[in-house]
Design a protein around this ligand. Structure first.
Ligand code: 5GP
Ligand code: MN
Length: 351
């Protein structure tokens, strides 16, 4: 049976969609890249596009800068993803040989870490498909839609504009759904656009099991991870009621007590927003070589501005991140000293 995609308007400039299609036709080695610490949307968009390209009998590889959380390993094709950090020499050769490079779910080369200089040097045609603000200038084609809540949704729209919805496979639909779901916290933020649900309805026609996908991603804590969450919320959380803000933090030592593994703290930053009257949540985590910060907000409070002003970061209005190079305690201190600068906005924002 044919299903109608007509209620979903074309938002990607048709000229760009066609140019990308021509570039694919001309290319023999295609590389898809995505950002450091790949999340569900990064992997969902990359995998969906790679499945489509493989169906076109294209030679396509996905390479990500570093590993990704265990609760995303079920995604179809995840086993074949190259992880640059594990074999940098081979990774560099793969980048050099590519004649078309897709950059998905990130806006500037820096977001692929050490891989960035090789991607920048490459003579391949470079196509950016992303939903972060301020796309970089090294790309030959830029499909940038900050108003769309996930890159996976943009990939759906690209395939649709190419007239490929009918042929879209179950695996492609699963990957797209997973990316749309994770970048909206299971459709709890950035998710009021009615077209999201029209697209979900079209993905369900491909027989995806959205409830099972939710469970595989969210109801999949290890016991240690679940206890780490409990510890963080009870022992490592501070509330600033006047500033309607919350901070959670974990040092290296804290993490080691719970057999920490990659992705274990994914989503922790969202929990303090469950507290009434809290609209800004920050998570500070000590990593091997840096201190990583995650920010989440509700309503109009722009946590990405806070991230870029104090922590060399950025992202979306309600979900952003940043970095700090120095002692863990100093990162916490800088956060506490910086927060009052936003006092007026925090007090006056409506949720
Ligand atoms: P998360 O807190 O899940 O790591 O990141 C949330 C959002 O913030 C992501 O969409 C990501 O694009 C952005 N983000 C995270 N870390 C950084 C960073 O260090 N720099 C910039 N510019 N954006 C970041
Ligand atoms: Mn994304």
């Amino acid at each position: 049976m044919k299903y109608n995609t007509a209620s979903i308007p074309n938002v990607i400039e048709q000229g760009k969609a066609e140019e990308i299609k021509r570039s694919i036709a001309r290319s023999s080695k295609i590389l898809i890249t995505t950002h450091l610490s790949p999340d569900g949307d990064a992997l969902g968009s990359a995998l969906a596009l790679s499945h489509y390209l493989a169906r076109q009998r294209k030679n396509v590889r996905i390479m990500v800068p570093n590993s990704f959380p265990y609760f995303l390993k079920w995604m179809p094709g995840a086993d074949n993803i190259l992880i640059y950090e594990y074999n940098k020499g081979a990774g560099q050769a793969t980048i050099e040989k590519a004649d078309l490079i897709f950059s998905l779910d990130y806006n500037i080369p820096k977001r692929v870490g050490e891989m960035s200089s090789f991607v920048e040097k490459s003579r391949a045609k470079k196509v950016l498909v992303d939903h972060h603000l301020d796309p970089g200038e090294i790309y030959d084609v830029v499909v940038s839609h900050p108003e769309i809540s996930s890159t996976s949704e943009i990939i759906f729209r690209l395939l649709m504009q190419w007239g490929e919805y009918e042929k879209m496979t179950f695996e492609e639909a699963e990957c797209i759904y997973c990316g749309m779901m994770t970048d909206t916290g299971g459709f709890t933020y950035n998710s009021n656009d009615p077209e999201i649900y029209e697209i979900i309805s079209l993905l369900l026609r491909k027989k995806i099991d959205k409830d099972a996908i939710y469970s595989k991603v969210y109801n999949n804590f290890t016991e240690e991870r679940f206890r780490l969450l409990g510890f963080t919320l009870s022992q490592r959380m501070k509330i600033y009621p006047e500033l309607r803000s919350a901070l959670i933090w974990l040092s290296k030592e804290d993490q080691s007590q719970f057999k920490f593994s990659k992705g274990d703290t994914e989503g922790f930053v969202n929990y303090p927003l469950n507290i009434r009257n809290i609209l800004f949540s920050t998570f500070i985590r000590e990593d091997d070589t840096l201190v990583k910060l995650s920010f989440r907000s509700q309503g109009s409070f722009p946590c990405n501005q806070f991230a870029s002003e104090f922590f060399h970061g950025g992202g979306h209005r309600n979900a952003s991140g940043g970095e700090f190079y120095g002692a863990f305690e100093d990162a916490v201190k800088l956060f506490e000293e910086s927060l009052p600068a936003y006092a007026a906005q925090l007090k006056n924002s409506d949720i």
